[in-house]
Design a protein around this ligand. Sequence first.
Ligand code: NAD
Length: 254
Amino acid sequence: MQTETDELAAVAEWLEHADQITALTGAGVSTESGIPDFRGPNGSWTKDPAAQRRATIQHYMASKQARVDAWRMRSEHSSRTVGPNAGHVALAELERKGKLHTLITQNIDSLHQKAGSSAGALIEIHGALRDVVCLGCGERRPMETALERVRAGEDDPSCTVCGGVLKSATISFGQPLDPEILEGAQAASSACDVFLAIGTSLSVFPAAYLPQRALQAGARLVIVNAEPTRFDGRAHTVLRGTIGHTLTSLVALV
Ligand code: NAD
């Protein structure tokens, strides 16, 4: 039977010899920073299944109350300082070692960026909370400008250009992904020798198709996740430890 040390050594060897490495991260990489995931044991949707319905774009557009609640939550969360954890730092270090070429994240929390992952390597496939976008005219502004209006008393600030509905520049359920960003993520998945899927239940599509693309192109698939995922049976290795510890140990061997 392989020990965790043997498994890490084998994966480190694959990383050493790979020409192209792509990683995909999900909400699980940020739980050690104190941000809950959706479907883990302490996930927001595990605790409150109705939250999934409230996360759709249709609900946000149709319900003034949904927007008021969303702006209140955003302004409350903006005062919390959340920093990157050992998992984010290890991935930034893997890039500095010249071994991580593309880091696709489903996360919207900007923690990879804060840990030092470069803009050239990072693909934020679901957008990021740091900006707001008008759903009418597409005008984009920093989140902070909208939050200042909320703090000044507007409960559902609208676009100053066209009066349309403003939302964080993130992809909600029911919204399509930016086709160019998706193409970049697909190309990086097809071009790699090793694909690391980290802290994601691989149940949100189209991001969850990316490991499949990598496998079809002949890459090795390594999953780092505490709970089973739909791709475990097809992965070359599944590392079950916590992400911070596992990635720190792995990157130290490369
Ligand atoms: P998910 O909630 O479906 O799955 C997260 C997985 O990570 C779970 O299987 C859980 O067991 C695992 N996990 C959690 N903490 C871990 C740890 N410390 N070590 C090892 N494994 C751990 O998340 P998803 O697949 O990313 O899909 C949810 C969607 O919602 C995505 O679009 C995601 O980006 C978004 N989301 C983002 C954030 C964020 O930006 N931080 C937070 C919640 C949800």
